[in-house]
Design a protein around this ligand. Structure first.
Ligand SMILES: C[S@@+](CC[C@H](N)C(=O)[O-])C[C@H]1O[C@@H](n2cnc3c(N)ncnc32)[C@H](O)[C@@H]1O
Length: 327
């Protein structure tokens, strides 16, 4: 694999902040629950090496996307203390137990999709481009970049965006577009999807974009944010059951922390961040002698980072540590 592909897989966000909080030079077991292209994991291993630590380190990398695991394997194959697992991070406890690991020194969760997943034409995460110069009556599809509706992080999973769009009831579509997309035209969009699929199944991202384009007022179609962003986010969250995964996994992860262990979660929209904030708060309130929140307010990327990586702009980092228990 050439170096460009490996480097461009995903530019990790807030790497310095992650290293300062996790302090891999302490040694011990660290778990990157959202391995992606493996650059956060590599940064942990490099910082450990650079600080010439006398202790040992082991890094677990988990991702539900087999392609991510393959990419990361290439990036991390020169380190011998790395274990990779293609799995959902809700199974982190089992993965660690299989390797006879009890508590761990650090856990990182960098939520959402990787740039590679977004940019890979075959994955169906990104909207096709809508050509505003073409008329809706035109036989030529407005969308110039037609990709099968998929959006599965784990391609072995049964349900894809095609199933959600073509088989969910109108009420279910309304709910996910309203709750996960926070899209105020949720009713109209769900209605138009149902009307369109009666004529023919909706098969591509482009077809979905064209349906949404038919509803959105002109000024929104030329805004900085793509007018289909909210609907695409809603479908992606539903397909990958993203919010349930976070709610289920966070308590498991918090319970895996050793004394001095740190859990970091980087989220990219308010729905995720709210779950993280509330979960951390409830643990710190219920067990004040055991857990301490390290980020009273979430950390956000510097202006310089946002300048060089636009995808970092909505990142929010929260961290919690365990103060008692086994080392
Ligand atoms: C933003 S990327 C992580 C990028 C990574 N930090 C890096 O340095 O390249 C998020 C990754 O998390 C994975 N992911 C999301 N939800 C997951 C889950 N519930 N279990 C396992 N992996 C998940 C996605 O497949 C994606 O590869």
């Amino acid at each position: 694999m050439n170096e460009d592909i490996k480097t461009n897989y995903h530019q990790p966000v807030m790497v310095d902040e992650v290293l300062q909080l996790l302090k891999p030079e302490r040694g011990g077991v660290f778990v990157d629950c959202t391995l992606g292209g493996g650059r956060h994991a590599r940064a942990l291993l490099e910082q450990f090496k650079a600080k010439n630590s006398k202790c040992k380190i082991k890094v677990f990398g988990i991702d539900r996307d087999a392609e991510a695991i393959e990419h990361a394997k290439e990036r991390l194959n020169k380190y011998d203390n790395v274990i990779l697992a293609k799995d959902n991070f809700v199974n982190v406890n089992q993965i660690l137990e299989d390797h006879k690991i009890g508590k761990v020194g650090g856990i990182l969760v960098d939520l959402g999709v990787s740039s590679h997943q977004l940019d890979d034409a075959g994955r169906g995460f990104s909207f096709g481009r809508w050509d505003s110069s073409a008329s809706p009556q035109n036989d030529n599809n407005n969308c110039q970049n037609d990709i099968p509706l998929d959006m599965r992080m784990d391609r072995e999973q049964d349900i894809s965006a095609y199933d959600v769009i073509n088989y969910y009831s109108e009420r279910e579509l309304e709910r996910i577009i309203r709750e996960y997309g926070e899209e105020r035209r949720f009713r109209q969009i769900a209605r138009e999807i149902v009307i369109a699929r009666k004529k023919k199944k909706i098969e591509t991202t482009g077809e979905l974009v064209d349906i949404i384009a038919g509803i959105m007022p002109g000024k929104l179609k030329h805004g900085r944010k793509h007018f289909a962003t909210n609907v695409f986010r809603a479908i992606r969250i539903e397909v990958n059951d993203e919010l349930d995964a976070i709610s289920t996994a966070l308590p498991i992860m918090i319970n895996k922390l050793a004394r001095g262990g740190v859990l970091i979660v980087i989220s990219f929209h308010s729905l995720e961040d709210r779950i993280v904030k509330n979960m951390f708060k409830s643990f710190a309130l219920e067990y004040p002698a055991r857990y301490q929140i390290l980020t009273k307010k979430p950390l956000v990327p510097s202006d310089a980072e946002v300048e060089s990586n636009r995808r970092a702009r909505s990142a929010k980092l929260r961290a919690i540590t365990r103060m008692d228990g086994e080392l």
